[in-house]
Design a protein around this ligand. Structure first.
Ligand SMILES: Cc1ncc(COP(=O)(O)O)c(C=O)c1O
Length: 439
């Protein structure tokens, strides 16, 4: 067999410009707290919590110790028909954090699997309750719900959809909630745009409620570049769903576990969905884990039939993996013991003011902030959309010792919840230098 052309050739990197990345790799060797170290010994400030996941900071000792101890005790237990205490314990802890009667937790390994799981539970629920005709889903333009066929179907990012065929049939989309002319440089939830939730009534009128299964939205659209929900928007969606018997699913893969200063955005907004998808922050990024939190009524409707019959034909080999559950329990302890969700709430205005100071820097068209998240839109270079953003990411890594994320020409900042006020200042000044460097 021919040897690979070079030692970087074999790994086909996800969501990456592979050829450019392999020519000039951005390698990370180790991590601690707010920082990464490169193989050549540079220290980088992590401005994006890994990938929106390391909410407690990197390599936290209690999480590392819990994973090590678990690996030595029980590497694996099959979740189909068997179990282990860690999965039961973590499910109970997560259910206790969720609002209302969101009492049951189905585990998977990622946000994408969480979304597809939630869509399948919604369909199974309709089938079980004699409403099998309700098969349509409603997502939203600019939404990101991972990369499974369900997720890209309800998602609203054209780049993630256009080459992958038709996806699920019978999916419709709400309009996105962003209008720069009316919202530019808003801190927190914009005043304008709450009325866009009423578009759901138009979709109901078009398809008829009897065909509609569920609506799925990110409470704050994250991956598209941080679009906070307009004031009142989520409550209006809830009201319309209630009026027509439609399930409401919040995809909290990013907003869960403290990003918006609460365990879930559902709590921040006082809006209780029928299901919550989670992943990322549940283990502070240390081991892959995702899941869906389900309301009592949906779960109960499926707990029928002969007691020895499987109620839901769905699951993953690694649902509730022992290492992931150990990491999850340790992460939840850390969030609680260090009061990290409340800390994010306290830091929100400090972070917002600091990031807004970038207004007026070259090419900055808009800045949005919510919780410990910010999106900074840069003007695209003429005829080269995304090029300025890409250059900013590369410049940040190689010359400013900073890791930021870009989607197109939008820079995203979402530091870990342990970030200090000084580090917020450092993050913003590094970002300022990067923005000037790509002017
Ligand atoms: C809202 C949302 N849903 C789903 C996903 C997919 O998660 P994963 O990459 O773990 O599959 C993401 C990832 O960023 C996300 O932000």
């Amino acid at each position: 067999m021919d040897a690979p052309r070079n030692d970087r050739d074999a790994w086909w990197m996800p969501f990456t410009a592979n050829r450019a990345a392999k020519r000039d790799p951005r390698l990370i060797a180790s991590a601690e707290g707010m920082h990464y170290r490169t193989p050549d010994g540079r220290t980088l400030l992590d401005g994006i919590s890994g990938l929106w996941c390391c909410n407690a900071g990197h390599n936290r000792e209690p999480i590392v110790a819990a994973i090590q101890a678990q690996a030595a005790q029980l590497d694996y237990a099959p979740p189909f028909q068997f179990g282990h205490e860690g999965a039961f314990a973590l499910a109970a802890r997560i259910a206790a954090l969720a609002p209302g009667d969101l009492d049951h937790v189905f585990f998977c390994n990622s946000g994408s699997e969480a979304v597809d799981t939630a869509l399948k539970i919604a369909l199974a629920y309709r089938h079980a309750t004699g409403e099998g005709g309700r098969t349509r889903f409603v997502g939203r333009e600019r939404g990101y719900h991972g990369v499974g066929f369900g997720g890209i179907s309800v998602g609203g990012l054209a780049g993630n959809r256009k080459v992958f065929g038709h996806g699920l049939s019978g999916v419709d989309h709400l309009p996105h909630t962003y209008d720069r002319k009316r919202q530019a440089f808003s801190k927190g939830e914009p005043d304008w745009g709450g009325h866009l939730a009423d578009e759901l009534e138009r979709i109901v009128a078009l398809h008829d409620a009897s065909t509609l299964c569920a609506v799925i939205v990110e409470p704050m659209a994250g991956s598209t570049g941080v679009l906070p929900p307009p004031k009142g928007y989520l409550q209006t969606l809830r009201n319309i769903c209630d009026r027509h018997g439609i399930l409401l699913i919040f995809d909290e893969v990013i907003t869960g576990f403290g990003r918006l200063g609460f365990a879930f955005a559902a709590e921040r907004y006082g809006v209780t969905p029928d299901m919550i998808c989670f992943a990322k922050g549940v283990t502070a990024g240390a081991v892959p884990l995702g899941g869906v939190i389900v309301r009592e009524g949906i779960h109960a409707a499926l707990m029928t039939g002969p007691e020895r019959a499987i109620e839901l034909f769905h699951g993953y080999t690694y649902s509730g993996h022992p290492l992931a559950c150990a990491a999850g329990l340790a992460a939840l302890d850390l969030y609680r013991d260090e009061g990290l969700f409340a800390r994010a709430r306290t830091l929100e205005p400090v972070f917002a003011d600091a990031v807004m100071s970038l207004r007026g820097e070259p090419n900055v068209l808009d800045i949005r902030t919510l919780g410990l998240a910010a999106g900074i839109d840069l003007a695209p270079r003429p005829d080269a959309p995304g090029a300025r953003g890409y250059d900013a990411m590369v410049e940040a890594f190689h010359r400013h010792d900073l890791v930021v994320r870009v989607s197109g020409d939008t820079l995203t900042l979402c530091p870990a919840l342990i970030v200090s006020e000084d580090q917020i200042g450092e993050l913003v000044e590094k970002t300022r230098a990067v923005i000037r460097a790509v002017a």
